[in-house]
Design a binder for this molecule. Structure first.
Ligand code: PLP
Length: 389
């Protein structure tokens, strides 16, 4: 299958800058204004002066940011939420006891915790499957009561690649909806709706924001009925972002494409260093030709992303040494921002998976590559790894 074209914008770079559209502003603002009001005046006993009444339902800055994110996704609809896990939770809210979902077995730890701590106890059945292994494993796990297939690609933190079109074909045979957490790829690199996914979710806290200064989530979809249902769930459950976070998001989306392009270039150079470094035992990065998902990633993605994980040779003490020696990479959780980050997933973002079969080992280190000059990043890692070798 050839790579699909964006539905409503020829180039993602242009959509990123212009997607929020121009609204009628009193002063002809070029930049998007920020509306700092929660409620809106009523004109009569029954109705408000404009389309807005109360912000948990609708807010002008949120709606403009939703237009911006829908433009880069090429989706008909978008919902912005208070965080990435709130987005996943709103998608799953309709599940009831006896419903079944299939989830990939390499998922962000917070998603795993949400499933295990909030959904399994109320009777939702969950099967974990390595979806990167091909459609047979998925077909064996699907049941008539399977409502969702939930996956990330690349996965977090092992960077496995799932063939979205193949998963969608199998899931749709039993009427299950495919939900792709596209946080690592962003729509700049991959548009799951165009490969057959039903819903796309994001932690906009990551690449969309890109500056480690706001939290948010998004649900993207083409289906109007799904949009209306999920918008009601969001309204009823209250998982809305603040107007300021929406404004920050819309502002940041304008530079998303250039940031991601630079991050991918830097990541490729870093992967080339790590792949041949004697201090690295295993490198997980889909850009490597030896990566089992490389061919699928090449077909499904525009580039290989800027996330990678590696196991240093020599175990936890060596991992500790590398961690202590980096100077430019910030030792912190989260990902996707302008600054490069390093973290041991099991000590932070994946703590929810501790003790499980597929838990990341304590000495797995994950890099989120930023936009600094590549030579400085390479020198920092060479120094840290050299000290370890
Ligand atoms: C792939 C992925 N999805 C979802 C989330 C959750 O995002 P948030 O922290 O915005 O709730 C994260 C957070 O690290 C993530 O890495």
């Amino acid at each position: 299958m050839s790579k699909p074209q964006a539905a409503n914008q020829a180039h993602v770079e242009t959509a990123a800058v212009h997607g929020e559209g121009r609204v009628e502003h009193q002063y002809g603002d070029v930049a998007m204004p920020l509306h700092f009001t929660v409620n809106f005046e009523y004109e009569t006993l029954e109705s408000t002066r404009g389309p807005f009444g109360y912000s948990r339902h609708r807010h002008p800055t949120r709606e403009q940011a939703e237009a911006a994110i829908a433009a880069v996704e090429g989706s008909a609809h978008a919902l912005l939420l208070a965080s990435g896990v709130a987005a996943i939770d709103v998608v799953l809210r309709g599940l009831k006891a006896g419903d079944h979902i299939v989830a990939d077995d390499d998922l962000f730890g917070g998603t795993y915790a949400l499933l295990e701590r909030l959904y399994r106890p109320v009777g939702v059945e969950i099967a974990y499957v390595n979806l990167s292994a091909g459609p047979d494993a998925l077909s064996a796990a699907l049941r008539p009561n399977t409502k969702f297939v939930l996956l990330e690609t690349p996965t977090n933190p092992f960077m496995r690649i799932v063939d979205i079109a193949a998963v969608a074909a199998a899931a749709h045979r039993v009427g299950a909806a495919v939900v792709v957490d596209n946080t690592f790829a962003t729509p700049v690199l991959q548009r799951p709706l165009e490969w057959g996914a039903d819903l796309v979710v994001y932690s906009t806290t990551k690449y969309f924001s890109g500056h480690s200064d706001m939290m948010g989530g998004a649900i993207m979809m083409n289906d109007k009925a799904a949009y209306e249902r999920l918008k009601y769930v969001q309204y009823a459950a209250g998982a809305v972002p603040s107007a300021f976070d929406c404004w920050l998001l819309a502002r940041s989306i304008k530079t998303l494409a250039v940031r991601v392009e630079r991050q991918c270039g830097n990541a490729a150079a870093i992967a080339a260093l790590l792949a041949r470094h004697p201090a690295v035992e295993t490198l997980y990065f889909p850009g490597l030709e030896s990566h089992p998902g490389h061919a699928t990633a090449k077909r499904q993605m525009r580039d290989f992303g800027a996330m990678m994980s590696f196991v240093p040779r020599g175990g936890i003490e060596v991992a500790r040494l590398i961690y202590d020696r980096v100077r430019l990479f910030t030792r912190a959780s989260s990902l996707g921002a302008v600054e490069s980050l390093i973290v041991a997933p099991i000590a932070g973002p994946h703590i929810g998976r501790a003790g499980t079969d597929n838990a990341p080992p304590a000495h797995l280190l994950r890099l989120s590559v930023g936009i600094e000059h590549v030579d400085d990043l390479l020198a920092d890692l060479r120094n840290a790894l050299g000290g370890a070798a």
